[in-house]
Design a protein around this ligand. Structure first.
Ligand SMILES: Cc1ncc(COP(=O)(O)O)c(C=O)c1O
Length: 307
């Protein structure tokens, strides 16, 4: 069963290969031990052509993730930037999701990652809203996961290491099977950390609050939201949050490249605010979508044009 929209080419170790031929060996180290790092990036259609949102920042984070995992990327930032642009052009994609992966390849087995060959691939394909059009518009229902986010000294929060995501996948499946759209995870001390692939914000008494950067992935959408709030004069602070602070928030929303800006209308069967996306959420959401589509010129330097 394939539901993702296949494109023509995948960039693999320096060349474009046909989508179906971009394969790896069964004994690929990363497949067994999660020894890979990745990014999730989006490109949007603007009046100046397709633009990748904050591509340089995503590539920088990919290199940081590899550094945390202790592997060396066999390309430069510029080479992966150029490869991404080349791939979008070759696939003739106007809007797409982009997935670079740096992974330990075939050749060694056992947990020692130090001797493995490092490979790099980039895929790009059309991918609509991650949590659904309806979710973006009217908000989603979330559940606090029964699985804790891994301890900060177990799962490196600054790195998108593939193996980390088993923790997210367990929580996501639990939430879906229980009839919710997404899971919100608590850290090992019981405080809110983030969702399975999104950062979290609340609004209380017109103040925008997000969970502390130290314990979550440094989301590029999160950073964009903080900068939008600053430009709009919306007060922002980072604060440790408990699950019941979410229940009594005026507004809650999630941010991520895949999920973009998705309001949360219900958590654990408690209505958030009046059950509809709040004023500040809608304002930030609108500005965000205007920025990525090149309509809000204040943040034009976040757009990396494909042409
Ligand atoms: C665990 C986690 N938190 C937050 C995010 C949001 O980050 P970004 O906005 O950079 O996509 C992601 C997605 O990359 C994620 O996997």
């Amino acid at each position: 069963m394939i539901s993702l929209q296949e494109a023509k080419w995948i960039w693999l170790n320096g060349s474009l290969v046909p989508w179906k031929k971009a394969q790896v060996h069964f004994l690929t180290h990363a497949l067994h031990y999660g020894t890979a790092v990745f990014e999730g990036i989006r490109a949007y259609k603007t009046e100046r052509g397709t633009a990748v949102f904050r591509l340089k920042d995503h590539i920088k984070r990919l290199f940081n993730s590899a550094h945390v995992l202790g592997i060396e990327v066999p390309y430069t930032n510029q080479q992966l930037y150029d490869a991404t642009i080349e791939l979008i052009k070759a696939n003739k994609l106007e809007e797409c999701y982009i997935r670079p992966l740096v992974f330990l390849d075939y050749g060694e087995m056992g947990l020692n990652p130090l001797k493995c060959k490092v490979s790099v691939g980039i895929a790009a394909w059309s991918w609509g809203t991650y949590l659904g059009e309806e979710g973006i518009k009217n908000g989603i229902r979330a559940k606090i996961a029964s699985f804790s986010r891994s301890h900060v000294n177990a799962q490196m929060t600054k790195a998108k290491i593939s193996g980390n995501y088993v923790n997210s996948a367990l929580a996501k499946a639990e939430a879906i099977l229980a009839g919710y759209d997404e899971a919100i995870m608590l850290d090992t001390n019981g405080f809110v950390s983030e969702a399975t692939g999104e950062n979290l914000f609340i609004v209380r008494d017109s103040v925008l609050i997000s969970t502390p950067k130290a314990t979550v992935l440094e989301g590029i959408t999160r950073d964009s939201v903080i900068k939008i709030a600053e430009a709009e004069g919306i007060k922002f602070k980072e604060e440790k949050l408990t699950r019941d602070q979410l229940y009594i928030a005026d507004e809650v929303f999630l941010t991520g490249t895949a999920a973009e800006i998705t309001p949360v209308r219900e958590i654990d069967n408690r209505t958030i605010g009046n059950g509809k996306p709040g004023e500040i959420t809608r304002k930030i959401q609108k500005i965000f979508f205007d920025i990525v589509r090149g309509k809000d010129k204040r943040f034009n330097d976040w757009l990396d044009l494909v042409k």
